[in-house]
Write a protein that binds this ligand. Structure first.
Ligand code: GLU
Length: 276
């Protein structure tokens, strides 16, 4: 199996240093292992994605010296595949419609006694399209003893700053939305379908996405998909130990380029922020 990594940005804005860090980490790991680096555009959210950002992603990554095989998979062109995965989970009885809005659920949770579950597992149909949520109790029932074996190999910082095998705990994220009512599908389901479809063996991404793994490992088990190895890299910090996003990192790669920085300067900036 070829060592295959991916960088999977959403074209909802310009790339910043954190994105460049993830892309370079994945690209360099693939090069070191004589493997493949894939670029995937996670553009299912038509309310936020824009073609100008998509073009900017290509421009910025090429400027940084990365290359990737064409054609680039754009998730918006594969909605039928994510729907098929959703239908499969529905037919397994693992998904339920949720008619309430996020705000309504939040207000409900705030007013509920502390020992009640954070989200309802049943819901009253209202005069609006539902979102579809994964039912953790049904998933637990479906997997039986396999639930306890859910886990993944972490090669980066991981959840507790540890390397190696880590147990997955899907309850951390609760009954996640698999299909948004406005977009028809949601991040977790599209990601696991595509990581499997594209034969991704190693995922390099920022630590801010670490918690997503608990849900994604569960979905892989339910859909019979392989679990890649993960490498969650630390977030970039400034010299006071705060997330860089608040300072230089809030500038896009193209801002920094327009200020006269070279790709080598960007890499040096990332290297020093990654060490802080
Ligand atoms: N599309 C996600 C993002 O831009 C990244 C998904 C992933 O790496 O799993 O934050």
């Amino acid at each position: 199996m070829t060592y295959t990594t991916r960088f999977a940005p959403s074209p909802t804005g310009y790339l910043h240093l954190g994105h460049a860090f993830s892309a370079l980490t994945a690209f360099e790991a693939a090069s070191r292992h004589d493997g493949a680096f894939i670029l995937r555009l996670e553009d299912i959210d038509h309310t936020r994605c824009r073609t100008e950002y998509e073009q900017a992603i290509y421009d910025d990554l090429l400027w940084l010296g990365l290359d990737w095989p064409e054609p680039v998979l754009r998730q918006s062109e594969h909605m039928a595949d994510y729907q098929a995965a959703l239908e499969r989970l529905k037919s397994m009885g693992l998904v339920y419609p949720c008619y309430k809005t996020r705000k309504e659920l939040m207000l409900e949770a705030l007013s509920a006694p502390q020992d009640t579950p954070p989200l309802p597992t049943t819901d009253t149909p209202l005069d609006r399209e539902p979102a579809w949520r994964l039912s953790l109790p049904e998933a637990l029932d479906y997997l039986g003893s396999r639930w306890d074996g859910l886990g993944f190999e972490e090669q980066g910082r991981g959840g507790r700053g540890e390397h190696g095998w880590q147990a997955a705990d899907p309850s951390i994220n609760g009954d996640v939305v698999l299909a948004r009512k406005d977009v028809g599908i949601a991040y977790h389901l599209a990601v696991v379908v595509d990581d499997a479809r594209q034969g991704i063996t190693h995922i390099h991404r920022g630590h801010d996405l670490f918690e997503a793994i608990h849900t994604q490992v569960l979905l892989q088990a339910l859909l019979g998909l392989p679990t890649p190895q993960y490498h969650h890299h630390a977030l970039l910090l400034d010299d006071t130990g705060h997330r860089l996003a608040k300072r230089k990192g809030s500038k896009s790669i193209r801002d920094l380029r327009n200020e006269g920085m070279s790709p080598a300067d960007i890499k040096a900036l990332i290297a020093s922020a990654a060490k802080t």
